[in-house]
Design a protein around this ligand. Structure first.
Ligand code: IMP
Ligand code: MG
Length: 182
């Protein structure tokens, strides 16, 4: 029998329909909160790519899109706490309002470090938006302004989120079968 990524899915946690509904609500809230303020939506690649594309199209008002790439040093499975910025935002950020858009927050280290870094560069505000929140492993206190859904402490895949670079193309959020990653 031919391989299909669906066979590696343990459980579908959030359907395509639920995703679309929630993303629209988040976009409407962001539109209200930034009324009259130009906003830069900054997606953290690669994971936030698909969420960012959907979210951006639900936000009204003056919006620019940009992206950052960050990677943590050390072995891939565990966040080492050291963050390397591989692709940065260009130009002067003085007076800019930035909303960082992330796929999933786990330890919180990535978002909190990027937030402090962009504030140091002179941005007027740096708020945080994550599609998924896995709250069980926080290593730092981080105040996330927009959360799509809370998810259990499982290995999550789909809607841009990968395991070993695969499964980003699943249109829903799922948990990965344990035998795949253990
Ligand atoms: P942290 O909040 O600094 O630990 O980093 C969050 C990043 O870890 C996310 O952007 C993902 O790239 C990755 N990550 C955390 N949990 C998962 C998961 O369940 N599946 C896939 N990637 C994850
Ligand atoms: Mg990521």
């Amino acid at each position: 029998m031919s391989y299909s990524i669906e066979q590696d899915v343990d459980q579908i946690l959030i359907s395509e329909e639920e995703i679309a509904k929630r993303v629209k609500e988040m976009g409407e809230q962001i539109t209200r909160d930034y009324e009259g303020k130009p906003l830069i939506l900054v997606g953290i690649l690669k994971g936030a790519n698909i969420f960012m594309a959907d979210l951006a199209r639900t936000v009204r008002g003056k919006v620019q899109l940009d992206f950052m790439v960050a990677s943590s040093y050390g072995n891939g499975a565990v966040s080492s706490g050291q963050l390397k910025i591989v692709k940065d935002l260009p130009g002067d950020l003085t007076g800019k309002h930035i909303l960082l858009v992330e796929d999933i927050i786990d330890t919180g280290l990535t978002l909190s470090k990027l937030q402090s870094y962009l504030l140091e560069r002179g941005a007027s505000s740096v708020k945080l938006c994550t599609f998924l929140d896995k709250p069980d492993h926080r290593k730092t206190v981080v105040d996330v302004d927009y959360v799509g859904f809370k998810v259990p402490d499982e290995f999550i895949i789909g809607y841009g989120i990968d395991y070993a670079e695969f499964y980003r193309n699943l249109p829903y959020i799922a948990s990965l079968k344990r035998e795949i990653y253990q």
